[in-house]
Design a protein around this ligand. Sequence first.
Ligand SMILES: C[S@@+](CC[C@H](N)C(=O)[O-])C[C@H]1O[C@@H](n2cnc3c(N)ncnc32)[C@H](O)[C@@H]1O
Length: 360
Amino acid sequence: MEVGSEGRRACDYSSTNEEGKGCKKQVSSNNLFRAILETRMRDRRVQRRDLKLVNDFDSAADVVYYHGDCRELLQQVPRNFFQLIVTSPPYNIGKEYENKLDLDTYIKQQGEIIDLCVDKLKEGGSICWQVGNHVNGEIVPLDIILYPLFKKHGLKLRNRIMWHFGHGLHATKRFSGRYETILWFTKGDDYYFNVDPVRVPPKYPAKKYFRGAKKGQYSCNPMGKNPSDVWEIPNVKANHVEKTEHPAQFPVELIERLVLSMTKEGDWVCDPFMGVASTAVAAILHNRKAAGAEKVAKYVTIGKKRLQLAAEGKLETRPMGKPVYEPDWEQPEMLKGMKYLLSKSGQPLEGGLEMFLESK
Ligand SMILES: C[S@@+](CC[C@H](N)C(=O)[O-])C[C@H]1O[C@@H](n2cnc3c(N)ncnc32)[C@H](O)[C@@H]1O
């Protein structure tokens, strides 16, 4: 049985508890619809495939994983080559893989890499630059700072996607940060975008047209709705099924959404800051090709292993479209915690509520 990133079991979708402990939820139409979409996404993933994985650029490869500086890899690539470039660069906040630079030097370095990326991007292709905030006494929103580095090339901003997630540092002197952004730019106006493979369940599946020729008919798209520009996808922390020793991994499902909507099968996807190859995993799971660079050897080793497993259909990833974990308040431990919190809250419980809790 599959155990999800938050310890939930796949049988959350089943209508009975016959698959094991902790599976008490009754099926709801929304969960069912999500399950159908999820299965559809899984079906799209490539199950078994020989993988031609090489270290230096080779247009006949499936994956190019360059160990070294991304500028060296990008210089090997022909102009106008990639359909999609998606990356999360270092944020310059002192993670184990980065030397903290002063902001001007950091922006200059990012500019050099962005210039190369734009040069290697196809006309009609997309660049998705995923960043959070640089923290230095105050927060500095990196996407706002980097925006002009793309605009100077005439790229068009199509979305500023808010990636919202549930886990991170607990701030004490400001609100805890729970989002990062993805700037999605295209090279030109005639760009490829197909929302159908990444649609999500509609909020009101029973909604009907209330006037006109279609009055009384269901108005939802049966493929689901556009996922909008606010994405709630769990980030890769300790309990996530994809966690490796890399401190800042992409969740594969985040990149799958970009790959499926912005590329076709056989297209090339590039991640200049490849880390443990999450972008390349998303690409090969959907029959695309991938190239990227990583300067830390141990991440390259981990990434190559993940790619082999992915090609064989054995890499565990959080399924696309899987609902985000919601606590089961009926669980005995949760109830205990709730009773404790209420007893410490300094407000007496109203009689009916106290009796109800006691009955649990
Ligand atoms: C934010 S992490 C990206 C992690 C990646 N998205 C993943 O899912 O594993 C940035 C990565 O870029 C690498 N890196 C930093 N500067 C680099 C450079 N100039 N060339 C290649 N890799 C670099 C770091 O070692 C780090 O692993």
